[in-house]
Design a binder for this molecule. Structure first.
Ligand code: SF4
Length: 268
């Protein structure tokens, strides 16, 4: 069987930078050889995030092709932002990456986005949902229960949604990347397990990231709308790990979730 080779880079000049590791991930029955190109030295977790974003896009595109080949059409399109009113769990690395992204936006866009975050937090707080979300985050199981549906019913758009499209599409969280539906898009206005058919994924990098990202800090998942305030409440610490070290943790958890790694060889 031929192996697909995928180069995942977290640096801009990827063709001048050395490959620091190779991972073979078996997806279904296809071995995928992954070459990793990452920044040198100790880095913040979010500096390794581009690798996981590109890996997620690869897995999702692959499974969308499988769905289309079997006659199911992906309904998701730019301009349909129904799912962008759902509870989006993110890791602390993703929160810090979003903080950087918003800080780099020119004004007045930056101020506009910040105001939307404040308004969303205020509205969810008034509904009593934030207290329930915090209780779920602090519980041992972290189980969300019916929170997702209650959150969606508030019909409060993600602060990054503009004209019903994601305004940060290349930088959106892994959870958003993983969500594609083949059921009619009209069903997304009132979603339920009976009416929504998603593209199934063999592994979910978002879940591996959430586990790996809590190892050092005990900070659980958080809803996307916490991103900007989280960074104020828990200021970032100086980095203690290298990118290969961080990615090894994520890939091992991905394998534990069914990714069947042939080999995980990441040097430091
Ligand atoms: S980040 Fe983008 S894709 Fe994700 S919920 Fe927000 S607007 Fe939608």
């Amino acid at each position: 069987m031929t192996r697909t080779t995928l180069r995942l880079s977290a640096v801009d000049d990827q063709y001048d930078a050395p490959i620091v590791g190779r991972v073979v991930l078996v997806l279904g029955d296809e071995p995928v050889e992954i070459e990793l190109v990452v920044p040198e030295g100790k880095v913040a977790f979010e500096d390794a995030l581009p690798v996981l974003q590109k890996l997620t896009d690869f897995i999702v595109d692959r499974e969308a092709d499988v769905a289309e080949t079997s006659g199911r059409t992906v309904s998701c399109r730019a301009g349909c932002g129904a799912c962008c009113r759902q509870l989006v769990p993110i890791s602390q690395a993703e929160a810090r990456a979003l903080v950087r992204l918003v800080a780099a936006m020119p004004d007045p866009r930056r101020s506009r986005v910040r105001r939307r975050f404040e308004a969303a937090l205020k509205a969810f707080d008034a509904s009593g949902l934030l207290a329930d979300i915090d209780a779920a985050r602090e519980s041992e199981s972290g189980v969300v229960g019916d929170l997702g549906m209650r959150y969606f019913r508030q019909s409060i758009a993600c602060p990054f949604l503009e004209d019903e499209s994601c305004s940060i599409h290349p930088d959106r969280p892994l959870t958003c990347r993983q969500y594609l539906v083949t059921s009619p898009s009209s069903n997304c206005q009132n979603p339920s397990p009976a009416t929504i058919e998603t593209v199934p994924l063999p592994v979910k990098p978002s879940q591996a990231l959430l586990v790996a990202d809590t190892l050092d800090s005990n900070v659980a998942w958080m809803p996307l709308i916490y991103a900007l305030t989280f960074d104020e409440q828990v200021p970032p610490q100086p980095p203690t790990r290298t990118a290969p070290d961080i990615l090894r943790d994520v890939f091992l958890r991905l394998a534990g979730a069914g990714g069947q790694p042939g080999e995980v060889a990441i040097k430091e």
